[in-house]
Design a protein around this ligand. Structure first.
Ligand code: DGT
Ligand code: CA
Ligand code: CA
Length: 592
């Protein structure tokens, strides 16, 4: 069992215990442990196998250590079965809805006998929910919106989670000698932030080996059920619910299949059209010169492999047959990549090494878990030349946002960190809340003394699009603002973007020389790829930040860059790819 699944099971346990009314300290301890597990870089399974003492990990006591061992050894958790005998298990799903915590879930269950999302929707629409204590009309509206979001995302997996669910399957198949090449195609290979399923391709040269490969696939660790297992195609569903397809291919068509199953569908359509203009038929089997007679007889429904095969072994061959250079999978979304390829104008996509600093992170001064100094040391270890400490401002009370007084106190600590940690420039920043009316949450005299000012919306997501847009425009046109962070507020699979006219925001950002953030947190990845593409087209500055709330989250940067590449970003488009001096000039860009 992977760490992420262990964390998931413990989270379910904590949610259900909380609904049951267990001791809050115990629940808090579980939640701390879940965070520890989520941040681990090593596999708990390996640690247990090596008989390591898990109680040495922060936040993991005797109880939790034995639960983890039980999950790894049996795949089950007895205490969870005990709790679910009393509290309906579906209630844990209800608490995932924005606006429904364990307290509300319990009330819904006890007073309305509501335990599922469908039943909740029905009860809300029938007006029963708003009559309950603690649920006003507003909160019912919010719940109904959350249900819609939930439905929309059902069945899609965060990329970052899918990576972890998939890992044991890949490791297992990498040990199979009959497979010469193994690749993940589909939306996963295109770097999409969520994936519907996983499309695996295996190159198997000997036809006689196929059955054994299929058997290895269906026997992979973590398989919940086998949907099909044919000669060249199999489908499994993992215990996490993630569906995985495998296609077994020979060398002649491997590249063509890799291209086809990488998609996107829209890209494939354009490729096929381009082939047709050249008298070629492009398919998952290869690129074939259309045989006039055969196609007249058989039409489109004819033998997909008729005609002379002119490409198929590699993707380069397939693109080459269409007079194109190879196009990176992240660009294959039909956003003009064929034309750019033809003109030799494909972007030189940004890489991790291009990043010179991280400009958005939290510390123990607000809702972060590590000190300024610890963050600075970690940023330096990542090879950065600079960083900005950007805790929340006062309006964000749930995150213990800073008042002007506390910000000034923080500067003392930043000064100490500057002395203690050499080799990295630490900028004084703040993530300043854009209030409901568009004004900023800190007075100008504080903003003036900050090196960098980030602004963001953290409340009143319910505003109508025009009001929300006006609010954000007012926020970013304040003359001391540098970056608009997480511009749409989306939380993947949880909260839709708030309604905002992004074109207007980008135009205004351009005019006022404000940068927009690509937030690298795998749950946010906001700005989205198509907005990044637009920002680049307009020439709006982009900043890629992790918004780290602890040292380990500084590693989110790579996930952000994957999204950036989907938006065609080059290092030159990204402010924090500039060297220190150049970046400092950028900070002073509007000074008279
Ligand atoms: P997902 O799984 O929803 O995140 O998205 P994809 O892109 O991985 O889609 P999937 O798994 O349905 O199919 C994998 C690729 O196979 C897809 O990106 C393109 C190709 N493909 C599938 N169905 C069609 C189709 O009907 N026409 C074309 N041209 N390509 C297709
Ligand atoms: Ca897929
Ligand atoms: Ca698929």
């Amino acid at each position: 069992m992977e760490n992420i699944e262990i964390a998931g099971r413990l989270e379910e346990l904590a949610d259900l215990l909380e609904i049951q009314g267990a001791n809050p300290f115990r629940i808090r301890a579980y939640r701390n442990a879940i965070r520890t597990i989520s941040g681990l870089t090593r596999s708990l399974g390996e640690m247990v196998a090596a008989e390591e003492d898990l109680t040495e990990l922060p936040g993991i006591g005797k109880d939790l250590s034995s639960y983890i061992a039980e999950l790894i050894e049996t795949g089950e958790l007895e205490i969870l079965s005990e709790v679910t005998a009393e509290v309906p298990r579906e209630l844990a799903t209800l608490t995932r809805l924005d606006g429904v915590g364990p307290k509300k879930a319990k009330k819904l269950w006890k007073e309305l006998d509501v335990t599922t999302v469908d039943a909740l929707e029905e009860a809300a629409e029938a007006g029963k929910v708003q009559e309950l204590d603690g649920f006003g009309k507003k909160s019912v509206e919010k719940i109904l919106r959350a249900i819609q979001d939930f439905r929309k995302h059902q069945g899609r997996f965060l990329r970052a989670e899918a990576v972890q669910y998939l890992r044991p399957v890949l490791e297992h198949l990498e040990g199979v000698d009959a497979i010469q090449r193994l690749e993940v195609a589909g939306s996963y290979r295109r770097g999409k932030e969520t994936v519907g399923d996983i499309d695996l391709l295996a190159l198997v040269e000997k036809e006689g080996d196929r059955a054994a490969v299929m058997e290895a696939f269906t026997g992979a660790p973590g398989v919940e059920r086998v949907e099909m297992a044919g000669e060249t195609r199999g489908s499994i569903v993992l215990t996490s619910g993630l569906p995985v397809d495998l296609r077994i291919l020979g060398p002649e068509s491997y590249g063509a299949a890799l291209h086809y199953f990488t998609g996107s569908k829209e890209h494939n359509v354009e490729i096929r059209k381009r082939g047709q203009k050249r008298g070629l038929r492009v398919s998952e089997y290869g690129v074939f010169r259309v045989d006039e007679e055969a196609s007249e007889e058989g039409g489109e429904g004819g033998d997909p492999q008729s005609g002379e095969r002119i490409a198929g072994k590699t993707e380069e061959e397939v693109f080459g047959a269409l007079d194109l250079p190879w196009i990176a999978p992240v660009l294959r979304e039909n956003r003009g990549e064929l034309q750019a390829a033809e003109e030799g104008a494909l972007p030189r996509l940004v890489e991790l090494d291009d990043i010179r600093g991280d400009l958005h992170m939290h510390t123990t001064w607000s809702d972060g878990k590590d000190s300024v100094q610890a963050m600075a040391v970690a940023c330096r270890e990542r090879g950065y030349e600079y960083m900005a400490v950007t805790d929340h401002s006062q309006a964000v009370t749930v995150a213990r946002g800073l008042t002007p007084e506390r910000i000034r106190e923080q500067w003392v600590e930043i000064e100490e960190a500057r002395d203690a940690v050499e080799g990295i420039r630490i900028f004084r920043g703040c993530e300043v809340d854009i209030l409901r009316d568009g004004s900023l949450d800190l007075p100008d005299e504080v903003l003036e003394e900050l090196d960098i000012v980030l602004v963001a919306v953290h409340s009143h997501f319910e505003l109508d699009p025009a009001t929300m847009t006006e609010r954000i425009l007012k926020g970013i046109t304040h003359p001391l603002v540098d970056v608009l962070v997480h511009p749409t507020g989306r939380l993947l699979n949880r909260r839709e973007p708030y309604p905002v006219d992004m074109e207007a925001v980008l135009q205004s950002a351009l005019e006022h020389e404000v940068a927009v953030e690509l937030n690298a947190n795998p749950r946010r990845l906001d700005l989205h790829d198509r907005h990044l593409f637009r920002a680049r087209e307009l020439g709006v500055d982009v900043v890629v930040n992790t918004d780290a709330h602890r040292v380990s989250q500084l590693a989110f940067m790579e996930a952000g860059l994957e999204q950036g590449r989907r938006g065609w970003l080059e290092a030159a488009d990204i402010v924090n790819c500039r060297g220190l001096e150049d970046f400092e000039r950028w900070l002073e860009r509007r000074d008279p």
